[in-house]
Design a protein around this ligand. Structure first.
Ligand code: MN
Length: 418
């Protein structure tokens, strides 16, 4: 079904009425509040909701008149669906044009903010191709996949307060690294600064109770939407520190996310089967089950990425290649009784495919620096240099057959601070 809007949008606009992602914006001199992107415009949803026609239910005008999405995230899935139906109605029925139009602002005239106050942040390692590549690079003398890899989605707890919105500059981190031939570690700016192209899952719905796991089937009640996520990574710091407790300062200095949260509802048509989890068999709490609509409780997503390095697209990873489903990440995170609550963020792990052209980190693209990457300006790169700009972009099939966009996640590298 194709919905037609009274807005002047082309059919191939990635932010048509199939999409309707949420973010937080402000105009000069005004407080940040929730907005919805349509085309190159931001709809001031709290202002329109205050006109009084959202219908019965929660007071969305006040829920949206906040500087983060967290209050809306906490409302839960039935309210998200009411909101989406209302937005669709006011943007497709021309009877609403005169009431809505004064509350649409050009993107160029607003500032975009971090869309949520991030609670607990977990980053996973869900791509088999990425895990095999990193295993070969970091541990060349052993099996690339660790023995646990196909039994559970591996993750680590990250640092939520250094999650920043797209456009925030990234200061090159300093830390300890140990060059292979050096007798002792040295301190200084990272010389192997990297990216990880990932998808971030934004948690909403009711906070869970301590001791109560979330099943695969209940994951839909907790996932609100997705953001583009760049897990900036200092490979030299990481390589020296990560045994035996995993990444620490090599990743905690910054994580960028896109300003627009694309909802799971908008991604309904992008659900695809996982590439395969038959061998070895999974423990029951991770095992996907068929659903009544012919799908599965453990699903992948058909989202196509571009990784742009200083204006050159160097890689095109496909999210559908990921081994573990987001629902499995949530089920595993809570299977020990750990809680999750609105504002939590799950990173998928680097999205890498089977080919060089689909690798989602520069560690893999340059094979740890051995195979430099050529850029269109004639320069070559292995890892990030000061002044470099990395942009992630992605799109997916929308519910009426057109594509929807996840927007951009941009970051520029600034020199290390002494
Ligand atoms: Mn990562």
């Amino acid at each position: 079904m194709t919905m037609t809007t009274w807005l002047d949008l082309s059919d191939d606009d990635l932010f048509g009425v199939d999409n309707l992602p949420y973010g937080v914006f402000s105009r000069v001199g005004e407080a940040p509040r929730v907005g919805v992107r349509v085309g190159d415009l931001v709809l001031d949803v709290s202002a329109v909701a205050a006109l009084g026609d959202v219908g019965d239910g929660p007071d969305l005008a006040s829920v949206w008149r906040q500087s983060t999405l967290n209050a809306f995230l906490a409302q839960g899935r039935s309210t998200w669906q009411i909101a989406r139906a209302w937005l669709t109605e006011i943007l497709t029925d021309a009877v609403h044009r005169d009431g809505v139009s004064p509350h649409l602002y050009p993107l160029a005239e607003v500032a975009l903010h971090l869309p949520l106050a991030v609670g607990d942040y977990v980053d996973f390692y869900a791509s088999e191709h990425h895990a095999r590549n990193v295993g070969r690079i970091f541990r060349p003398d052993s099996e690339p996949l660790t023995p646990n890899w196909k039994h559970l989605p591996i993750g680590y707890h990250g640092r939520s307060q250094t999650v920043v919105v797209s456009g925030t500059d990234i200061v090159r981190p300093c830390g300890q690294r140990k060059p292979p031939t050096a007798p002792a570690p040295v301190f200084g700016p990272s010389v192997r600064l990297d990216i990880e192209a990932e998808l971030g899952f934004v948690v909403g719905g009711p906070a869970t109770d301590l001791g109560s796991p979330v099943s695969l089937a209940d994951a839909d009640e907790h996932f609100f939407g997705v953001v583009l996520l760049n897990d900036w990574s200092a490979r030299d710091i990481q390589a020296w520190e990560y045994v035996p407790l995993g990444p620490f300062l090599g990743k905690s200095f910054a994580t960028s996310i896109s300003p627009w949260v694309v909802t799971m509802e908008a991604l309904r048509a992008a659900r695809v089967p996982l590439p395969g989890q038959d061998t070895p068999p999974l423990l029951p709490y991770l095992r996907g089950e068929p659903t009544t609509d012919g799908a599965n409780t453990a699903y992948g997503l058909d989202i196509s990425y571009e990784v742009d390095w200083n204006g050159t697209v160097v890689s095109r990873p496909e999210y559908r290649d990921m081994y573990w489903s987001p629902a499995q990440m949530l089920a595993h995170t809570t299977v020990n009784g750990a809680t999750t609550r609105p504002g939590d963020l799950f990173g998928s792990g680097t999205i890498s495919g089977p080919t060089r052209e689909s690798r989602g980190s520069f560690l893999e693209l340059s094979w740890s620096g051995a195979e430099p990457v050529g850029l269109d300006d004639g320069t070559e790169r292995t890892f990030l240099e000061d002044g470099d700009v990395v942009t992630l972009r992605a799109s997916a099939p929308g519910v009426s057959g057109r594509r929807i966009g996840l927007g951009e996640c941009v970051g520029r590298i600034l020199p290390a601070r002494p």
